[in-house]
Design a protein. Structure first.
Length: 332
């Protein structure tokens, strides 16, 4: 079974589009942006000496000022332990993208850094801005140059062009300002307000591309590709649970299996993964050389659809069960 891919599509791309999705269909990856783009670029930046995990973010973003902020590091932001709140409605509180970024810089901490874990889109936006600052390149161009093009992830990008719209799964009917079904542009309101390119959301991609990405993180590369991309030396640290906050399951950018998580109950404790609000997830188990990708448009036409949680768990468990039908022989 090792080295093989199994892809299955079901349902339709939109209520008014009966096209059955396949491995090349494109989905709004939502918060998978945090790991596929932002965390990966941070991993390269650390390996290249452009960022220090334990240096104050103020070193790179001097605008990020306020009580306690001089203690916030990149490691805090990547583990969602910076003290920043989870969210704020940037599209309501600012007239444009530049003003929205200034609001993020000015957001007060709720707690001291390292005191607790709060999953924060604002922290991921700050990571993206930090990366943009040290490379002096926009996040979309940097990700394309350093990750997507070398790995031949041709369907993965921010702000996909209209030419691929027919391959993109629809998301939600936007009741806030677009007043229509969103398809081919980012679902997340903050990312949309920031021009479709942000550290927390905005990326689109396919199952085949995410399998390629996961195989790369496993160190397997892509034998079908004419190019190679070496894993940076910092990769191992990013996949490891950090224990920065007692009880937290967070690695650097990535999450790790915990009770009730989308990893299910059978993936190894060394696994790492992430989910996205639109109904996406990826889990990577290095002990099995296994990558599990689930892409759905569970927010179409409304986000009031809680069934994705149990589905993620069931998919992860079923995949392992199919590979290992005999529990007494836990490795393929």
């Amino acid at each position: 079974m090792k080295g093989r891919r199994f892809v299955y599509g079901a349902g339709r791309l939109a209520l008014d589009d009966p096209t059955r999705p396949d491995g090349h269909s494109v989905f709004d990856l939502a918060s998978l942006t945090k790991v596929v783009a932002t965390t990966t670029l941070a991993m390269f930046a650390v390996a290249e000496g452009k960022l220090d995990l334990d240096a104050a973010i103020q070193r790179y973003l001097p605008e990020f000022r306020g009580p306690g902020k001089d203690r916030v590091t990149l490691r805090h932001l990547l583990t969602h332990s910076s003290g920043l709140p989870a969210d704020r409605p940037l599209w309501r509180q600012s007239p444009d993208a530049d003003s929205a970024r200034r609001l993020v810089y000015a957001t007060r901490l709720d707690t001291l850094p390292g005191a607790r874990t709060v999953y924060s889109d604002l922290g991921a936006i700050l990571i993206g801005e930090t990366i943009r600052r040290v490379y002096r390149t926009n996040l979309d161009r940097l990700a394309e140059r350093k990750v997507f093009r070398p790995l031949e992830m041709g369907a993965t990008r921010f702000n996909p062009p209209a030419s691929v719209a027919s391959r993109i799964a629809a998301t939600e009917y936007d009741t806030i300002w677009r007043k229509r079904i969103v398809r081919g542009e980012v679902h997340d309101e903050k990312a949309a307000w920031l021009g479709g390119i942000a550290g927390h959301a905005g990326l689109f991609g396919s199952a085949m591309d995410l399998l390629t990405f996961g195989e790369w993180l496993l160190g397997k590369g892509n034998d079908r590709s004419a190019t190679r991309l070496a894993l940076p030396a910092s990769a191992g640290e990013f996949k490891r649970r950090q224990h920065l906050v007692p009880g937290s399951s967070r690695a650097l950018g990535w999450d790790t299996p915990s009770s009730g998580s989308s990893a299910g109950t059978r993936l190894d404790s060394l696994s790492f993964g992430h989910t996205g609000f639109t109904g996406t997830s990826i889990w990577i188990d290095p002990t099995r050389d296994l990558v599990i990708v689930l892409l759905t448009n569970r927010v179409h036409p409304t986000r009031n659809n809680p069934r994705i949680g149990p589905l993620r768990i069931e998919v992860a468990n079923r995949v392992v069960s199919l590979l290992e039908p005999n529990p007494s022989n836990p490795r393929p």
